[in-house]
Design a protein around this ligand. Structure first.
Ligand SMILES: NC(=O)c1ccc[n+]([C@@H]2O[C@H](COP(=O)([O-])OP(=O)(O)OC[C@H]3O[C@@H](n4cnc5c(N)ncnc54)[C@H](O)[C@@H]3O)[C@@H](O)[C@H]2O)c1
Length: 352
Protein backbone atom coordinates (compact mmCIF):
# COMPACT_ATOMS: atom_id res chain seq x y z
CA UNK A 1 0.00 0.00 0.00
CA UNK A 2 1.45 3.40 -0.91
CA UNK A 3 0.41 6.49 1.01
CA UNK A 4 1.23 10.14 1.18
CA UNK A 5 1.77 11.43 4.70
CA UNK A 6 0.47 14.32 6.80
CA UNK A 7 -2.73 14.31 8.83
CA UNK A 8 -4.65 11.97 6.53
CA UNK A 9 -1.62 10.03 5.33
CA UNK A 10 -0.43 9.18 8.83
CA UNK A 11 -3.93 8.23 10.01
CA UNK A 12 -4.25 6.00 6.94
CA UNK A 13 -0.83 4.49 7.57
CA UNK A 14 -1.77 3.48 11.10
CA UNK A 15 -5.14 2.13 10.04
CA UNK A 16 -3.92 -0.01 7.15
CA UNK A 17 -0.83 -1.20 9.06
CA UNK A 18 -3.20 -2.40 11.79
CA UNK A 19 -5.10 -4.28 9.09
CA UNK A 20 -1.90 -6.20 8.28
CA UNK A 21 -0.71 -4.29 5.20
CA UNK A 22 2.90 -3.29 4.51
CA UNK A 23 2.74 0.49 4.22
CA UNK A 24 4.98 2.72 2.14
CA UNK A 25 4.78 6.42 2.92
CA UNK A 26 6.00 9.18 0.62
CA UNK A 27 6.49 12.66 2.12
CA UNK A 28 9.35 15.14 1.82
CA UNK A 29 8.08 17.34 4.70
CA UNK A 30 7.34 20.12 2.26
CA UNK A 31 4.71 21.27 4.76
CA UNK A 32 7.49 22.94 6.75
CA UNK A 33 8.64 24.71 3.56
CA UNK A 34 5.11 26.09 3.07
CA UNK A 35 4.30 27.05 6.66
CA UNK A 36 7.52 27.02 8.70
CA UNK A 37 8.98 24.61 11.26
CA UNK A 38 5.88 24.65 13.54
CA UNK A 39 3.95 22.96 10.73
CA UNK A 40 6.42 20.15 10.15
CA UNK A 41 5.04 16.62 10.05
CA UNK A 42 8.38 14.94 10.82
CA UNK A 43 7.12 14.05 14.34
CA UNK A 44 4.38 12.00 12.68
CA UNK A 45 6.82 10.35 10.31
CA UNK A 46 9.23 9.52 13.16
CA UNK A 47 6.42 7.97 15.21
CA UNK A 48 5.37 5.80 12.27
CA UNK A 49 8.93 4.64 11.59
CA UNK A 50 9.46 3.87 15.28
CA UNK A 51 6.17 2.13 16.03
CA UNK A 52 5.21 0.34 12.84
CA UNK A 53 7.57 -2.47 11.78
CA UNK A 54 6.05 -2.81 8.30
CA UNK A 55 6.21 0.91 7.54
CA UNK A 56 8.79 2.23 5.08
CA UNK A 57 9.33 5.93 4.43
CA UNK A 58 10.44 7.62 1.20
CA UNK A 59 11.55 11.22 1.58
CA UNK A 60 10.57 11.89 -2.04
CA UNK A 61 9.06 14.89 -3.81
CA UNK A 62 5.96 13.94 -5.79
CA UNK A 63 7.04 16.48 -8.42
CA UNK A 64 9.88 14.13 -9.38
CA UNK A 65 8.25 11.85 -11.97
CA UNK A 66 11.33 9.62 -12.19
CA UNK A 67 11.66 9.05 -8.46
CA UNK A 68 7.94 8.38 -8.06
CA UNK A 69 8.04 5.96 -10.99
CA UNK A 70 11.00 4.14 -9.42
CA UNK A 71 9.08 3.62 -6.14
CA UNK A 72 6.05 2.25 -7.98
CA UNK A 73 8.27 0.08 -10.22
CA UNK A 74 9.79 -1.44 -7.10
CA UNK A 75 6.37 -2.17 -5.57
CA UNK A 76 4.63 -3.19 -8.80
CA UNK A 77 1.32 -4.98 -8.32
CA UNK A 78 2.21 -5.64 -4.68
CA UNK A 79 0.99 -2.05 -4.21
CA UNK A 80 -2.63 -2.94 -3.57
CA UNK A 81 -3.96 0.59 -3.05
CA UNK A 82 -2.76 4.18 -3.36
CA UNK A 83 -3.98 6.94 -1.06
CA UNK A 84 -2.87 10.31 -2.33
CA UNK A 85 -3.06 12.86 0.48
CA UNK A 86 -0.01 15.02 -0.34
CA UNK A 87 -0.62 18.63 -1.22
CA UNK A 88 0.09 22.27 -0.88
CA UNK A 89 -3.16 22.76 1.07
CA UNK A 90 -3.60 26.53 1.57
CA UNK A 91 -5.41 29.20 -0.50
CA UNK A 92 -3.27 32.00 0.89
CA UNK A 93 0.03 30.22 0.33
CA UNK A 94 -0.94 29.29 -3.25
CA UNK A 95 -1.35 32.97 -4.08
CA UNK A 96 2.27 33.63 -3.08
CA UNK A 97 3.75 30.90 -5.32
CA UNK A 98 1.15 29.75 -7.86
CA UNK A 99 3.74 27.84 -9.91
CA UNK A 100 4.89 25.75 -6.97
CA UNK A 101 1.31 25.18 -5.84
CA UNK A 102 0.28 23.95 -9.29
CA UNK A 103 3.33 21.77 -9.79
CA UNK A 104 2.75 19.99 -6.45
CA UNK A 105 -1.02 19.65 -6.61
CA UNK A 106 -1.61 19.08 -10.31
CA UNK A 107 1.68 17.80 -11.78
CA UNK A 108 2.44 15.77 -8.65
CA UNK A 109 -0.94 14.07 -8.95
CA UNK A 110 -0.32 13.32 -12.61
CA UNK A 111 3.04 11.74 -11.72
CA UNK A 112 1.36 9.47 -9.16
CA UNK A 113 -1.45 8.52 -11.52
CA UNK A 114 0.97 7.67 -14.33
CA UNK A 115 3.18 5.60 -12.05
CA UNK A 116 0.17 3.75 -10.60
CA UNK A 117 -1.28 3.14 -14.05
CA UNK A 118 2.04 1.85 -15.35
CA UNK A 119 2.90 -0.47 -12.47
CA UNK A 120 -0.29 -1.36 -10.58
CA UNK A 121 -3.31 -0.43 -12.71
CA UNK A 122 -5.83 -2.54 -10.78
CA UNK A 123 -5.07 -0.90 -7.42
CA UNK A 124 -7.72 1.49 -6.09
CA UNK A 125 -6.39 5.06 -6.21
CA UNK A 126 -7.96 7.44 -3.70
CA UNK A 127 -7.30 11.14 -4.12
CA UNK A 128 -8.00 13.47 -1.21
CA UNK A 129 -9.64 16.30 -3.09
CA UNK A 130 -11.45 19.29 -1.63
CA UNK A 131 -14.78 21.09 -1.66
CA UNK A 132 -12.85 24.06 -3.06
CA UNK A 133 -13.34 22.47 -6.50
CA UNK A 134 -16.79 24.14 -6.33
CA UNK A 135 -15.12 27.53 -5.94
CA UNK A 136 -17.39 30.04 -4.22
CA UNK A 137 -20.52 28.67 -5.92
CA UNK A 138 -21.96 27.52 -2.54
CA UNK A 139 -22.12 31.23 -1.64
CA UNK A 140 -24.90 31.68 -4.19
CA UNK A 141 -27.23 29.54 -2.04
CA UNK A 142 -30.04 31.56 -0.39
CA UNK A 143 -28.54 31.59 3.10
CA UNK A 144 -30.29 33.10 6.06
CA UNK A 145 -28.40 34.83 8.85
CA UNK A 146 -29.02 33.41 12.31
CA UNK A 147 -27.62 34.65 15.60
CA UNK A 148 -24.46 32.52 15.52
CA UNK A 149 -24.31 31.19 11.96
CA UNK A 150 -25.56 31.24 8.39
CA UNK A 151 -27.82 28.40 7.37
CA UNK A 152 -30.22 27.30 4.67
CA UNK A 153 -33.94 27.33 5.29
CA UNK A 154 -35.10 23.81 6.25
CA UNK A 155 -37.19 23.47 3.09
CA UNK A 156 -34.22 24.12 0.75
CA UNK A 157 -33.14 20.98 -1.20
CA UNK A 158 -29.53 21.42 0.00
CA UNK A 159 -30.46 21.81 3.67
CA UNK A 160 -29.10 18.33 4.41
CA UNK A 161 -25.90 19.25 2.58
CA UNK A 162 -24.30 19.82 -0.82
CA UNK A 163 -23.77 16.87 -3.14
CA UNK A 164 -21.30 16.40 -6.00
CA UNK A 165 -23.80 17.59 -8.63
CA UNK A 166 -22.95 21.21 -7.86
CA UNK A 167 -21.16 22.89 -10.78
CA UNK A 168 -17.38 23.26 -10.51
CA UNK A 169 -17.41 25.79 -13.37
CA UNK A 170 -17.42 29.59 -13.57
CA UNK A 171 -16.80 30.55 -9.98
CA UNK A 172 -13.90 31.95 -7.95
CA UNK A 173 -11.75 29.06 -6.74
CA UNK A 174 -8.53 30.67 -5.50
CA UNK A 175 -5.34 29.37 -7.11
CA UNK A 176 -5.27 26.47 -4.66
CA UNK A 177 -8.82 25.53 -5.70
CA UNK A 178 -7.74 25.53 -9.34
CA UNK A 179 -4.70 23.30 -8.84
CA UNK A 180 -6.80 20.85 -6.83
CA UNK A 181 -9.58 20.93 -9.44
CA UNK A 182 -7.02 20.12 -12.14
CA UNK A 183 -5.87 17.17 -10.05
CA UNK A 184 -9.45 16.07 -9.34
CA UNK A 185 -10.25 16.03 -13.07
CA UNK A 186 -7.07 14.09 -13.84
CA UNK A 187 -8.00 11.47 -11.24
CA UNK A 188 -11.49 11.15 -12.71
CA UNK A 189 -10.05 10.84 -16.20
CA UNK A 190 -7.69 7.99 -15.27
CA UNK A 191 -10.83 6.28 -13.98
CA UNK A 192 -12.97 7.00 -17.04
CA UNK A 193 -10.35 6.73 -19.78
CA UNK A 194 -8.20 3.89 -18.44
CA UNK A 195 -10.78 2.19 -16.20
CA UNK A 196 -8.71 2.57 -13.05
CA UNK A 197 -10.54 2.37 -9.71
CA UNK A 198 -10.09 6.02 -8.89
CA UNK A 199 -11.98 8.07 -6.32
CA UNK A 200 -12.01 11.77 -5.55
CA UNK A 201 -12.97 12.40 -1.93
CA UNK A 202 -13.92 16.07 -1.84
CA UNK A 203 -13.41 16.98 1.79
CA UNK A 204 -14.67 19.92 3.81
CA UNK A 205 -12.44 20.43 6.86
CA UNK A 206 -10.43 17.34 7.74
CA UNK A 207 -9.17 17.40 11.27
CA UNK A 208 -7.92 15.48 14.27
CA UNK A 209 -5.33 15.55 17.03
CA UNK A 210 -2.48 14.89 14.59
CA UNK A 211 -3.08 18.04 12.58
CA UNK A 212 -0.10 20.39 12.74
CA UNK A 213 -2.45 23.39 12.72
CA UNK A 214 -1.02 26.72 11.57
CA UNK A 215 -2.60 30.06 10.70
CA UNK A 216 -2.90 29.21 7.01
CA UNK A 217 -4.14 25.63 7.32
CA UNK A 218 -5.85 23.34 9.84
CA UNK A 219 -8.90 25.24 11.14
CA UNK A 220 -9.90 23.44 14.34
CA UNK A 221 -6.38 22.42 15.36
CA UNK A 222 -5.12 25.99 14.96
CA UNK A 223 -8.16 27.42 16.73
CA UNK A 224 -7.65 25.13 19.72
CA UNK A 225 -3.91 25.85 19.72
CA UNK A 226 -4.69 29.59 19.99
CA UNK A 227 -7.29 28.90 22.70
CA UNK A 228 -4.79 26.88 24.69
CA UNK A 229 -1.76 29.13 24.27
CA UNK A 230 -3.66 32.45 24.46
CA UNK A 231 -2.33 33.48 21.01
CA UNK A 232 -4.32 35.90 18.87
CA UNK A 233 -6.86 34.29 16.52
CA UNK A 234 -8.12 36.39 13.61
CA UNK A 235 -11.59 35.83 12.19
CA UNK A 236 -11.79 36.84 8.51
CA UNK A 237 -15.13 38.27 7.42
CA UNK A 238 -18.75 37.03 7.35
CA UNK A 239 -19.07 38.11 11.04
CA UNK A 240 -17.59 34.74 11.98
CA UNK A 241 -20.86 33.09 10.99
CA UNK A 242 -19.38 31.06 8.13
CA UNK A 243 -20.15 27.37 8.57
CA UNK A 244 -17.71 24.52 7.89
CA UNK A 245 -18.27 20.86 8.39
CA UNK A 246 -15.53 18.94 10.11
CA UNK A 247 -14.64 15.29 9.86
CA UNK A 248 -12.24 13.45 12.13
CA UNK A 249 -9.32 11.90 10.24
CA UNK A 250 -10.30 8.46 11.63
CA UNK A 251 -13.81 8.73 10.18
CA UNK A 252 -12.30 9.91 6.92
CA UNK A 253 -9.94 6.93 6.75
CA UNK A 254 -12.78 4.50 7.47
CA UNK A 255 -14.53 5.95 4.42
CA UNK A 256 -11.35 5.41 2.38
CA UNK A 257 -11.16 1.85 3.70
CA UNK A 258 -14.75 1.20 2.57
CA UNK A 259 -13.89 2.36 -0.96
CA UNK A 260 -10.63 0.38 -1.10
CA UNK A 261 -12.52 -2.79 -0.21
CA UNK A 262 -15.22 -2.21 -2.81
CA UNK A 263 -13.87 0.19 -5.46
CA UNK A 264 -15.31 1.37 -8.75
CA UNK A 265 -13.90 3.54 -11.55
CA UNK A 266 -14.09 7.34 -11.55
CA UNK A 267 -16.00 7.74 -8.29
CA UNK A 268 -16.55 11.26 -6.95
CA UNK A 269 -17.84 11.86 -3.42
CA UNK A 270 -18.28 14.83 -1.16
CA UNK A 271 -17.18 13.77 2.29
CA UNK A 272 -17.23 15.55 5.62
CA UNK A 273 -18.97 15.80 8.94
CA UNK A 274 -22.30 16.69 7.33
CA UNK A 275 -25.15 17.77 9.58
CA UNK A 276 -23.62 15.55 12.28
CA UNK A 277 -20.45 17.61 12.74
CA UNK A 278 -20.33 21.25 11.66
CA UNK A 279 -19.95 24.67 13.20
CA UNK A 280 -19.63 28.36 12.50
CA UNK A 281 -16.41 30.01 13.64
CA UNK A 282 -18.34 31.75 16.44
CA UNK A 283 -19.70 28.40 17.61
CA UNK A 284 -16.26 26.75 17.45
CA UNK A 285 -14.75 29.59 19.50
CA UNK A 286 -17.45 29.13 22.14
CA UNK A 287 -16.70 25.38 22.39
CA UNK A 288 -12.94 26.03 22.67
CA UNK A 289 -13.60 28.52 25.47
CA UNK A 290 -15.77 25.99 27.27
CA UNK A 291 -13.07 23.30 26.99
CA UNK A 292 -10.14 25.51 28.05
CA UNK A 293 -12.22 27.38 30.63
CA UNK A 294 -11.06 30.82 29.52
CA UNK A 295 -11.92 33.42 26.86
CA UNK A 296 -10.06 33.39 23.57
CA UNK A 297 -7.98 36.28 22.34
CA UNK A 298 -9.71 37.04 19.00
CA UNK A 299 -9.86 39.93 16.59
CA UNK A 300 -11.94 40.46 13.50
CA UNK A 301 -11.05 41.55 9.95
CA UNK A 302 -13.93 42.66 7.77
CA UNK A 303 -12.45 41.17 4.60
CA UNK A 304 -13.16 37.50 4.11
CA UNK A 305 -10.62 35.19 2.49
CA UNK A 306 -10.91 35.11 -1.31
CA UNK A 307 -13.05 32.14 -2.38
CA UNK A 308 -13.98 31.28 1.23
CA UNK A 309 -17.27 29.46 1.69
CA UNK A 310 -19.98 31.19 3.68
CA UNK A 311 -21.61 27.84 4.30
CA UNK A 312 -20.54 24.29 3.61
CA UNK A 313 -22.25 21.18 4.85
CA UNK A 314 -21.65 17.92 3.02
CA UNK A 315 -24.53 15.78 1.82
CA UNK A 316 -23.33 12.34 2.95
CA UNK A 317 -26.28 10.60 1.26
CA UNK A 318 -24.51 9.58 -1.99
CA UNK A 319 -21.51 8.09 -0.16
CA UNK A 320 -23.75 6.29 2.31
CA UNK A 321 -25.88 4.95 -0.53
CA UNK A 322 -22.74 3.21 -1.87
CA UNK A 323 -21.35 2.36 1.59
CA UNK A 324 -24.31 2.04 3.98
CA UNK A 325 -22.17 0.79 6.87
CA UNK A 326 -20.20 4.04 7.07
CA UNK A 327 -21.16 7.14 9.00
CA UNK A 328 -19.07 9.69 10.92
CA UNK A 329 -18.68 8.82 14.59
CA UNK A 330 -16.81 11.81 15.99
CA UNK A 331 -18.90 14.92 16.65
CA UNK A 332 -17.50 18.42 16.81
CA UNK A 333 -17.14 18.70 20.58
CA UNK A 334 -15.47 15.27 20.83
CA UNK A 335 -13.02 16.28 18.13
CA UNK A 336 -12.09 19.54 19.88
CA UNK A 337 -11.73 17.78 23.23
CA UNK A 338 -9.42 15.19 21.67
CA UNK A 339 -7.33 17.87 19.98
CA UNK A 340 -7.07 19.64 23.35
CA UNK A 341 -6.10 16.59 25.41
CA UNK A 342 -3.64 15.12 22.89
CA UNK A 343 -1.74 18.37 22.35
CA UNK A 344 -1.97 19.96 25.80
CA UNK A 345 1.61 19.29 26.87
CA UNK A 346 3.26 20.05 23.53
CA UNK A 347 1.37 23.30 22.91
CA UNK A 348 1.67 24.54 26.50
CA UNK A 349 5.44 24.13 26.20
CA UNK A 350 5.39 26.24 23.00
CA UNK A 351 3.19 28.97 24.51
CA UNK A 352 4.67 32.49 24.40
N1 LIG B 1 -7.10 19.42 6.21
C1 LIG B 1 -8.16 19.89 5.60
O1 LIG B 1 -8.95 20.61 6.19
C2 LIG B 1 -8.42 19.51 4.17
C3 LIG B 1 -9.66 19.84 3.61
C4 LIG B 1 -9.95 19.43 2.31
C5 LIG B 1 -9.00 18.75 1.59
N2 LIG B 1 -7.79 18.47 2.14
C6 LIG B 1 -6.81 17.74 1.35
O2 LIG B 1 -6.47 16.59 2.06
C7 LIG B 1 -5.12 16.22 1.76
C8 LIG B 1 -4.42 15.95 3.05
O3 LIG B 1 -4.52 17.09 3.87
P1 LIG B 1 -3.81 17.13 5.28
O4 LIG B 1 -4.64 18.01 6.12
O5 LIG B 1 -3.47 15.75 5.69
O6 LIG B 1 -2.51 17.94 4.88
P2 LIG B 1 -1.05 17.87 5.49
O7 LIG B 1 -0.41 19.15 5.11
O8 LIG B 1 -1.09 17.47 6.94
O9 LIG B 1 -0.40 16.67 4.69
C9 LIG B 1 0.05 16.81 3.38
C10 LIG B 1 1.46 16.27 3.34
O10 LIG B 1 1.92 16.38 1.99
C11 LIG B 1 3.31 16.59 2.05
N3 LIG B 1 3.77 17.18 0.81
C12 LIG B 1 3.48 18.42 0.35
N4 LIG B 1 4.09 18.64 -0.82
C13 LIG B 1 4.76 17.49 -1.11
C14 LIG B 1 5.58 17.10 -2.20
N5 LIG B 1 5.87 17.94 -3.21
N6 LIG B 1 6.10 15.85 -2.20
C15 LIG B 1 5.84 15.00 -1.15
N7 LIG B 1 5.09 15.33 -0.10
C16 LIG B 1 4.56 16.57 -0.08
C17 LIG B 1 3.49 17.53 3.23
O11 LIG B 1 4.82 17.51 3.75
C18 LIG B 1 2.45 17.04 4.22
O12 LIG B 1 3.00 16.19 5.21
C19 LIG B 1 -4.56 17.34 0.93
O13 LIG B 1 -4.63 16.96 -0.42
C20 LIG B 1 -5.51 18.48 1.16
O14 LIG B 1 -5.60 19.35 0.06
C21 LIG B 1 -7.49 18.83 3.43
Amino acid sequence: MALLMGLIGSESARHFHDQGYDVWGIDNDMRSFYFGPDASNTWLRDALVKNMPRYRHFDTDIRSADEIDAIFARGGTRISAVIHAAAQPSHDWAATQPGTDFSVNANGTLNLLQAAHRHTPAAPFVFVSTNKVYGDRPNSLPLIELDQRFDLPPEHPCHAGIDADMSIDQSMHSLFGVSKTAADLLVQEFGRFYGMFTACFRGGCLTGPNHAGVRLHGFLAYLMKCALTGSLYTVYGYKGKQVRDNIHSRDFVLAVDAFVRSPKPAAVYNIGGGRFSNCSILEAIAICEEITGRPMNCNYQERHRAGDHKWWITDLGPFQADFPNWSPRHGLKDILEEIFHCNFGRWKAEAP
